[in-house]
Design a protein around this ligand. Structure first.
Ligand code: C5P
Length: 235
């Protein structure tokens, strides 16, 4: 049974990342490195995760001209990254270039609409005539799939529409997951791990409910058990 949990290393330096890796490597196979840690530590952060024999989701959300993104994706492949993401808003030429640079070994994932954007912020940038966010997300997922990406990041409320719009092999990576009974923090529309998997998520990005638990490894194992129950009910 594959382990779908991805834990973000949302920490400022390598020592803090090492503490999380020490605590979690018994029960987590994938770790996400975002802009905070990568800007502070650079590719050494990727090497650090690899030294624990774990896989890296490099969450740098590239969005630039096609040639620049292609070269950056090739650099990420050179680091041996497992999963990389780019903004679908960069357009299909950029997405195809990213695929070209990334090669076939890495999972290449698209970011559709940032969940931090609400209707007001969306309309401010795109105007009153723009598609509403719930229609925009599956549309962008289709663009990503057609350009050869492996999947998209989708919040819990978007999983169903993306799953309907794209094929079964298209990967859905879902943040905003909260185990039953845990603090929702700033994640307003959370789902439990079981609900997210039942709705069609393939990977779950779960941060604070695991990293700030008294026993992070036990918290990760509890999530995994919940996921396995949901999977067995689905099959
Ligand atoms: O602690 P928490 O589980 O909220 O962490 C979730 C991780 O997923 C963070 O690294 C956050 O930046 C990221 N993320 C998110 N919501 C999105 C996209 C990414 O929380 N829509």
């Amino acid at each position: 049974m594959s382990n779908p949990i991805i834990v973000p290393l949302d920490v400022p330096d390598a020592d803090a990342a090492r503490r999380l890796l020490d605590a979690l490597s018994p029960s987590v196979d994938q770790f996400k490195i975002g802009k905070q840690l990568f800007t502070a530590v650079g590719p050494r952060a990727v090497d650090l995760v690899h030294s624990y024999d774990k896989r890296v989701f490099l969450d740098l959300k590239y969005h630039d001209i096609p040639n620049t993104v292609q070269q950056a994706a090739a650099s990420a492949d050179g680091l041996g990254v497992w999963m990389l993401n780019v903004h679908v808003a960069g357009g299909s030429a950029m997405l195809r270039a990213a695929r070209e640079g990334a090669g076939r070994r890495m999972l290449l994932i698209g970011v559709t609409v940032l969940t931090s954007l609400d209707d007001e912020l969306w309309t401010e940038v795109h105007g009153d005539g723009a598609l509403a966010i719930p229609e925009q997300v599956p549309r962008m997922a289709n663009v990503a799939e057609a350009a050869g990406l492996d999947g998209v990041v989708a919040s819990p409320r978007e999983i169903a529409s993306v799953r309907t719009a794209c094929g079964d092999a298209f990967r859905i990576v879902t943040p905003g997951v909260r185990p039953a009974g845990s603090d929702h923090g700033d994640q307003r529309r959370a789902m439990t791990p079981g609900e997210a998997v039942s709705a069609g998520a393939d990977y779950l990005v779960i941060g604070r409910p695991i990293t700030q638990a008294d026993d992070p490894s036990a918290a990760a194992r509890a999530v995994l058990e919940e996921v396995e129950r949901a999977r067995s009910q689905r099959s």
